[in-house]
Design a binder for this molecule. Structure first.
Ligand code: IPM
Ligand code: MG
Length: 355
């Protein structure tokens, strides 16, 4: 089979880590007899520099025309002063929205060999961390009405958290179905003690829960969830939540594994085409030094193999190779705890050898 992948390397460490993932994909293709064909699209800060806009039409078209998108990271201090609609992050939000990628899956797993890198106390880490955050990705505060105004005290600004029942149902079903394939536990996270949008969220989730009697369902308030993630993350299997809460909780959860440099994500819509990206940012402070951890992007490519191309065996092989290399002691700087480390390129080579 031939699969057409649009690469969006973006800014900062984006190009290095996407290059690593492409090398691994090519090795997979060679071993299992698949052809991956790539097209590269500029988006983010590099597109602002070149074309004056974060997501040029041509880049969006390349994403729409592909079987899937692999993205590095966008943004950096260079573009921080730009107005909202011209910021690099608009590229990311634009691709998510235009491709209809409403479900963002962020698995968080503490590998036994990396337990030392986790800031969790040994007895808490020992109970294990293996959860998945299902974050709504095309609604809520990120896309609601916004603006600036004035009142008698001076200038003000507002953003709006707005969710329709249909949007909640759509993401809720992804939550239940994902739980069904894992540990059959779903926690829906909201702020229903204060927010009207959360009350509709909770009502809708309760109605859905009746359709999935095999799933152990609970509600949790977001502030409590933030605490429970640190107190006892082993209680969670699948968490489903809004765009904004999911953004915050997934960065928090990533730290349980030792490094945000390990965490992959998939953004999916109604069809099989998805966008795959590490959950970390462009890390401009370490760009070009060769020390960036490519594992999050490599694991994102593995998610692409599984979820968009149905190549589960190949995806498992990549994950197993990553685990084997870590078990053999290879560490990039972020997970070396001050000890010896290898470059991102060397880590990539070792993963390819382990394949
Ligand atoms: C993420 C990022 C993005 C988000 C930013 C870069 C717009 O933090 O994917 O979590 O907030 O969604
Ligand atoms: Mg984020």
């Amino acid at each position: 089979m031939t699969y057409r992948i649009t690469l969006v390397p973006g800014d900062g460490i984006g190009p290095e880590i996407v290059d690593s993932a492409v090398r691994v994909l090519n090795a997979v293709g060679q071993k299992y007899g698949h052809a991956f064909v790539y097209d590269t699209a500029l988006a983010g800060g590099c597109a602002i520099d070149r074309f004056g806009e974060p997501l040029p039409d041509e880049s969006l078209r390349k994403c729409l025309d592909s079987d899937s998108v692999l993205l590095g990271a966008v943004g950096g201090p260079k573009w921080d002063g730009l107005p909202g609609h011209l910021r690099p992050e608009r590229a990311l939000l634009g691709i998510r929205k235009e491709l209809g990628l409403f479900a963002n899956l962020r698995p968080v797993k503490l590998m036994k060999v990396l337990a030392d890198a986790s800031p969790l106390r040994a007895d808490v880490a020992g109970r294990g961390v293996d959860l998945l955050i299902v974050r709504e990705l095309t609604g809520g505060m990120y896309f609601g009405p916004r603006g600036r105004g004035r009142d008698e005290t001076g200038e003000n600004a507002f953003d709006t958290e707005i969710y329709s029942r249909a949007e909640i149902e759509r993401i809720g079903r992804v939550g239940f179905k994902t739980a069904r394939k894992r540990g059959k536990k779903l926690t829906s996270v909201d702020k229903a003690n204060v927010l009207e949008s959360s009350r509709l969220w909770r009502e809708t989730m309760h109605e859905l829960a009746l359709e999935y009697p095999d799933i152990a369902y609970t509600d949790m308030l977001v502030d409590n969830c933030a605490m429970q993630l640190i107190r006892d993350p082993s209680q969670f299997d699948v968490i489903v939540t809004s765009n904004l809460f999911g953004d915050i909780l997934s960065d928090e959860a990533s730290q349980l594994t030792g490094s945000i440099g390990l965490l992959a994500s998939a953004s999916l819509g109604a069809g099989t085409r998805g966008m795959y990206e590490p959950i970390h940012g462009s890390a401009p402070d370490i760009a070009g030094q060769g020390v960036a951890n490519p594992i999050a992007t490599i694991l994102s490519a593995a998610m692409m193999l599984n979820l968009s191309f149905g190549l589960k065996r190949e995806a498992d092989a990549v994950e197993t190779a990553v685990e084997a290399v870590l078990a053999a002691g290879a560490r990039t700087r972020d997970i070396a705890a001050g000890g010896a480390y290898v470059t991102g390129a060397e880590m990539t080579e070792r993963i390819i050898k382990a394949l």
